[in-house]
Design a binder for this molecule. Structure first.
Ligand code: SF4
Ligand code: SF4
Length: 168
């Protein structure tokens, strides 16, 4: 495991519960300007976090593939959608198509780059959904992702700093 991911895992062990408690408070009593704060904080987070030093989402999570993703990626690979699904995906209980393998089969584990970056699933392109609105309705997502994603982790820390006097 890389130094970056190991240090992040240590921080998660120490701070995860505290960050999740904060997110629950925000969820239960969302500040009026929460969505504006989220936009501000998002910009700051991406000046600090480098996904190419991380790739945790591609290693420990799986995207869901919608029909457009399946069509675009299988066509790029010169496969039928059926063959693509058979080779790499399974359907979960909710009927969503997900990766069998973790790390993802498209991750270059040496460079942390995505081998299908330009045509990656929409879910990957939008992850970690830091500015998804209304933010208060996506707290369950951030609570789940805070243990995997350093960008989410920093977003919550920064939100805590800004909202200390409002949320407590
Ligand atoms: S498709 Fe690319 S961005 Fe998405 S999980 Fe796989 S390697 Fe990561
Ligand atoms: S989105 Fe989060 S988990 Fe994924 S590579 Fe970037 S910082 Fe890491």
């Amino acid at each position: 495991m890389s130094y970056y991911r190991r240090k992040f895992r240590e921080s998660v062990t120490i701070h995860r519960s505290r960050l999740r408690r904060f997110l629950t408070k925000v969820e239960n009593n969302p500040p009026v300007l929460l969505d504006d704060y989220a936009d501000e904080v998002d910009k700051e987070v991406w000046t600090e976090v480098n996904c190419l030093a991380c790739s945790n989402c591609c290693r420990v999570m799986t995207p869901t593939y919608d029909f457009q993703d399946l069509r675009r990626i299988s066509s790029h690979l010169g496969m039928t959608i059926k063959a693509f699904k058979q080779k790499w995906l399974f359907k979960n209980r909710k009927g969503e198509w997900m990766n069998v393998n973790r790390p993802c089969q498209f991750l270059d584990r040496k460079t942390n780059m995505c081998n299908i970056y330009e045509i990656r699933p929409k879910d990957c392109a939008e992850f970690p959904h830091l500015t998804k609105k209304k933010m208060a309705e996506y707290m369950h997502l951030h609570k789940a992702n805070v243990q995997y994603c350093p960008a989410t982790f920093r977003m919550v820390e920064k939100l805590m700093e800004r909202l200390r006097s409002v949320v407590g």
